[in-house]
Design a protein around this ligand. Structure first.
Ligand SMILES: C[S@@+](CC[C@H](N)C(=O)[O-])C[C@H]1O[C@@H](n2cnc3c(N)ncnc32)[C@H](O)[C@@H]1O
Length: 262
């Protein structure tokens, strides 16, 4: 039987690669709890990673498969998985500790507060893996201007955003967002596993998360976008009606009866 939640929460308090800030109103970035490191925004390199390698975030990392998988592929980069659900993140944190992956950390907090934990320009890339499409709530979508503004505050100029998703709704919304703001796109595919990829991209994009495995077993195609986020200019929300996904996950909200949403 797997470890229960309370035991996992106790582990999270003592894992040296886990930083937590769960009281949302107190998340001012100077009170991340960790058994060893007193970490302030702007000091991930010198206090924790002890190198100057690029920092890559996975936002909504769940069990952290991408964070840990990418860390294995790229020992010369640093990876931080971010999620509010500590019991999920425990899996990745334990895996990284057991395998002595020093280029991995996990941060437990709400993504809406992400700019409280990093200084401007401290982050090079962001991965969004199988994020909830939030079809009814545009400001909760992780590729909305609400979130992109926050990412811009911590990313280097022209920092990279990767979106890997099952959701046609989130993919289409993100495409419109990119078009509305003329964001430079490096890569876009609507069916990842039917696309010719370099060996390196195959390894990067072949990492499969828990949610991806669920979608693949249901025959849903996987979409992927890689774009840049320049610092300059106001970000505009796209004004389009998008067809809702025809399926829903065990965790996604019930359908409202509508067939499209903005
Ligand atoms: C659908 S799951 C995907 C998890 C993982 N990326 C995967 O592919 O298996 C979405 C994850 O995002 C997290 N999440 C969603 N909104 C969040 C927010 N605002 N702040 C922190 N975590 C959030 C949830 O807790 C959940 O673990």
């Amino acid at each position: 039987m797997g470890k229960n939640k309370l035991a996992k929460f106790a582990d999270m308090e003592r894992f040296e690669n886990v930083f937590q800030c769960t009281e949302r109103e107190l998340c001012n970035g100077v009170s991340m709890t960790n058994p060893i490191y007193d970490l302030k925004p702007g000091h991930w390199h010198d206090t924790y990673f002890k190198n100057s390698n690029p920092i890559v975030l996975e936002l909504g990392c769940g069990r952290g498969e991408y964070t840990v998988g990418l860390a294995r592929l790229f020992p010369d980069k640093n990876f931080i998985g971010v999620d509010i659900k500590g019991s999920r993140m425990w899996t990745g944190a334990k895996d990284a500790l057991e395998n002595n992956l020093r280029n991995v950390a996990f941060l437990r907090t709400g993504i809406e507060f992400i700019d409280r934990f990093f200084e401007p320009g401290e982050v090079s890339e962001i991965w969004l893996t199988f994020s909830d499409p939030q079809m009814k709530k545009p400001t909760k979508r992780l590729t909305s201007t609400y979130f992109l503004e926050r990412y811009r505050r911590i990313l280097k100029d022209n920092g990279i955003v990767h979106v890997k998703t099952d959701s046609n709704f989130l993919f289409t919304y993100t495409k419109y967002m990119i078009a509305a703001n003329n964001l430079p796109v490096d890569y876009r595919t609507e069916d990842l596993y039917q696309t010719e990829l370099s060996e390196e991209d195959k390894a990067i994009l072949g990492i499969q998360t828990y949610y991806e495995q669920q979608w693949l077993s249901r025959g849903i195609t996987i979409k992927y976008l890689k774009f840049h986020l320049p610092q300059e200019g106001d970000l505009q929300e796209p004004d389009v009606e998008i067809e809702l996904d025809s399926y829903r996950s065990y965790n996604r909200n019930k359908r409202s009866g509508l067939t499209t949403a903005k």
